[in-house]
Design a protein around this ligand. Structure first.
Ligand code: BG6
Length: 489
């Protein structure tokens, strides 16, 4: 047995990491437009000014709101990587031609909400934004590539954050619904694969990261935010299918399988609970349309009291997804025993696993974990599955115009081999989009952490020409697609 003949091979990206043109064509700002990178700590910092005009920096993820009277501000002497991304906005034709050359059947990208609704609450979408995405989708169509579109990849319009508190507010459901509906109507016939939210379960995974010690208030906020996103996504899914019955909607789960670090029953139970909280809680709501039985225990544990209306529960039922879509980079081992050897990556931290190798950024390389996750989730949900992010973030060196990235091919080869095993074992796997198929700005704001088959000449200080170069993995992936996953050498 092998991959199905119509298997969707391709690559993935997101708007704020590759488009650039942050203030072009009427686009409004988002929080990411105010993020710089602290060179020493590699941490992302938001730039703002206090009420009295004093310049300040705030670490991302600190959970802190801006002080009263403060406002986000661009500092002229700072570098904001997302402002230019990798200039996909101006170079998409060249990039799509490269994707076609590799034989892509699908390209995952996201729409920047504030390109369509600069503040997020306008009555009508910005026609410049609609025109841009229409052009991109048409270009993909001309090249025989199916778009797979994420509606929200961590980029809420700033105005909504400032005016109503972003996803802490129920009002976001209505704002998002309007944005989603505008997309389904404007791009009808051009797009049929949709993902309402990127890695929706991250909100909970982040909380569990080592050293965070979340308070009950933090759990309350996280579960409430998730509930509003679940309802918004479910309403969007129902609307997508109402507008065009061919529309197919997927969940987007950050797929980090947990392992118990020892066979101590306490570790087994901790692992079990990490699966529940980090993975199954969100997957169940999105795939089955209802909160799983263990939700009540989770809420009780942290004294969480959610704003859930009866209509919300009906919406969740009607808005379940058509496919189980997820990202996979690594696994994470958990323990109840004292340990200091902590490693982290992709929204999780855990104990170093002595059986695995780690990337320069501390992400475990574990192809078997992908098969484990595919088979476990398929058994549970029985939905067609697609891996919409996977890859190795690494430093690439250009030598005489060439990039010899055998390490990337090794990583991908291992994972594709395990996908094949999962297919042989009965999993209905329909597609695979390698993350950052063209180099883009990493979530941490670094250019140096590259995933692409195509190299982009741009560095961490904003220097470079944006010239595109094919890496060795370009020809390799082309061969993988041509042979439908048979030739992985
Ligand atoms: C996923 C995100 O969590 O991981 C992407 O959806 C992100 O936006 C990717 O880029 C890889 O993470 P990083 O930090 O290497 O860019």
């Amino acid at each position: 047995m092998s991959f199905p003949a119509d298997f969707l091979w391709g690559g993935a990206s997101s708007a704020h990491q590759c488009e650039g043109a942050w203030n072009v064509g009427g686009r409004g700002p988002g929080k990411r437009d105010y993020m710089i990178v602290d060179r020493k700590t590699r941490q992302r910092l938001l730039t703002y000014v206090d009420r009295d005009g004093t310049r300040r920096l705030m670490p991302l993820g600190s959970g802190t709101q801006l002080p009263e009277g403060a406002r986000y501000e661009i500092f002229d002497d700072c570098f904001y990587p997302d402002h230019d991304g990798v200039d996909f906005y101006h170079r998409y034709k060249e990039d799509i031609a490269l994707f076609r050359e590799m034989g892509f059947k699908v390209f995952r990208m996201s729409i920047s909400w504030s390109r369509l609704f600069p503040r997020g609450d306008e009555a009508k979408p910005n026609q410049n934004g609609i025109a841009f995405y229409k052009d991109v989708f048409e270009e993909l169509q001309k090249n025989g590539i199916e778009p797979l579109v994420t509606l929200w990849h961590d980029d809420t319009p700033l105005f909504l954050e400032e005016s109503i508190g972003g996803w802490s507010s129920r009002k976001m459901i209505g704002r998002y619904e309007k944005y989603a509906e505008a997309c389904f109507r404007a791009f009808k016939g051009l797009v049929r694969y949709w993902l309402p939210f990127n890695e929706i379960n991250n909100v909970l995974l982040f909380l569990e990261m080592f050293g965070k010690n979340p308070t009950d208030e933090m759990y309350q906020a996280a579960y409430q935010e998730l509930h509003y996103k679940f309802v918004a996504g479910a309403r969007a899914a129902a609307k997508a299918r109402q507008i065009d019955p061919r529309n197919c909607v997927g969940c987007m789960i950050c797929g980090v399988p947990f392992y118990p670090a020892t066979c101590d029953p306490k570790d087994i139970m901790l692992n079990h609970e990490m699966w529940e909280k980090g993975l199954l809680y969100s997957s169940d709501v999105l795939c089955r349309g209802e909160y799983p039985v263990f939700s009540h225990r989770l809420w009780r544990e942290h004294k969480v009291n959610l704003d859930i209306l009866p209509q919300d529960l009906e919406d969740l039922k009607k808005g379940t997804v058509n496919m189980y879509t997820f990202s996979y980079y690594m696994t994470s081992a958990v323990t109840t025993h004292n340990t200091t050897d902590i490693v982290g990556g992709n929204c999780t931290t855990g104990v170093r696993n002595p059986y695995l190798e780690y990337s320069e950024w501390g992400w475990a390389n574990d192809p078997l974990g992908l098969r484990y996750f595919l088979e476990k989730m398929y058994t549970l949900y029985k939905l067609p599955m697609m891996i919409v992010e996977n890859g190795l973030g690494a430093v690439d060196t250009v030598e005489d115009g060439q990039i010899h990235d055998s390490y990337r091919m090794d990583y991908l080869r291992g994972h594709i081999q395990q996908m094949k095993r999962a297919v042989e074992n009965g999993v209905d796997l329909i597609g695979y989009t390698a993350w950052g198929c063209i180099d883009l700005v990493s979530a941490g704001g670094e250019m140096k952490k590259r995933y692409g088959f195509v190299y982009v000449d741009r560095d961490d200080n904003g220097a470079g020409t944006f010239q595109r170069l094919k890496k060795d993995s370009f020809a390799w992936y082309k061969k993988v697609i041509e042979s439908n996953g048979e030739d992985l050498d």
